[in-house]
Design a protein around this ligand. Structure first.
Ligand SMILES: [Zn+2]
Length: 335
């Protein structure tokens, strides 16, 4: 097993900004496994996963990260494969199903928009996922950066998710993510059309910066089957807007571990854009030493600060870190 090293700076951040605010039971609603050999062009499609610390993530390694980052909590989660353009989807889905089932966790299968209803039904019957995970790289609309929600997951697949009562983990496209007017109109319609389908908007609706979260919250409906996860968002302003303006019973804690957030760095705002910023990218002036931490800790520290500043109750903490997801996934904590 690879060792996970924490520095004194990591420990300081955990001790002061995280540990006092997280409950003892945690459900991580957004995580990924990855078997590098099911991604034949991985150097090109997901270079991060070629880092020996960030690739080849099985359940045991994910659990090792949970124990390293949240040593005082008992953590479970929902696991998904890794959606790259070269993924051997059926193989990675079977791998994730086997790993998650052995650990007693709900899991997602990756879906491709061209898969027929019949084939997807077969996959659902065979593997019994709790979640479908479409992704924008598979969209067939010609420009994945402009894909609509139904380009990621077409209506015949949403109808199946509705029939089986599955969740959809949506990483929405378009330049402003969920703040896009078409995305807002689509989600408003879809939550009504497919009431048994649980829509999870990953990364706060892909709102990594406050103006996008603000514009999303101006229009986003509150619905029994609509959720937002906190994964990979590292911006205090985004979390403040979410926690003060949206229904806290619809918010799910997630980390996006391991590949996307176990690096040392941050997801940073630059104007109306946002970027993964790794420690190697930073030019340090005046001999300023490297005291970076994991992006997963940046996200957790920002979320914990927002929970505090928005006067969330103990119950809100429990709900966001654990109970909301348990209700959604029917998770009892018993493996
Ligand atoms: Zn993710």
């Amino acid at each position: 097993m690879r060792t996970i090293e924490l520095t004194e700076h990591d420990r300081f951040i955990y001790e002061h900004e995280i540990r006092p605010f997280v409950p003892q039971r945690i459900f991580d609603a957004h995580t990924h496994l990855i078997a590098n050999h099911f991604h034949p062009r991985i150097e090109e499609t997901m270079p991060m996963a070629c880092d020996p610390v960030l690739g080849n993530v099985d359940c045991a390694y994910l659990q090792a990260w949970w124990r390293a980052l949240l040593p005082d909590a008992n953590v479970a989660g929902m696991v998904m494969g890794f959606p790259t353009t070269d993924v051997e989807m059926a193989l990675e889905n079977a791998y994730v199903a086997e790993q998650a089932t052995a650990a007693g966790y709900p899991f997602a299968i990756l879906t491709h928009p061209t898969t027929s209803a019949e084939d997807l039904r077969g996959e659902i019957e065979r593997l019994h996922p709790a979640v479908l995970k479409p992704y924008l790289v598979f969209a067939q609309n010609g420009d994945t950066a402009m894909a609509a929600i139904t380009d990621l997951i077409p209506e015949h697949q949403l109808a199946l998710a509705d029939e089986y009562g599955l969740a959809i983990m949506l990483h929405v496209s378009k330049p402003r993510g969920m703040a896009d007017r078409d995305n807002l109109a689509d989600i408003t319609r879809l939550v009504k059309t497919y009431p048994n389908c649980q829509f999870i908007l990953a990364h706060c609706g892909r709102c990594f910066i406050p103006p996008n979260m603000d514009a999303t919250l101006d229009e986003l409906p509150v619905a029994e089957n609509l959720w937002l996860d906190t994964s990979a968002v590292c911006d205090l302003g985004v979390f403040m807007a979410l926690l003060t303006r949206y229904d806290r019973s619809r918010v799910l804690f997630g980390t996006d571990l391991v590949t996307a957030t176990a690096f040392r760095g941050n997801y940073i705002r630059l104007g109306m854009s946002w970027h993964a910023c790794t420690t190697a990218m930073v030019k340090r002036a005046n001999g300023m030493p490297d005291k970076t931490t994991f992006a997963a800790y940046e996200s957790l520290a920002a979320l914990c600060r927002a929970l505090r500043l928005s006067q969330c109750s103990e119950e809100d903490h429990e709900n966001i870190f654990y109970r909301n997801a348990c209700g959604l996934f029917g998770f009892s904590g018993e493996a």
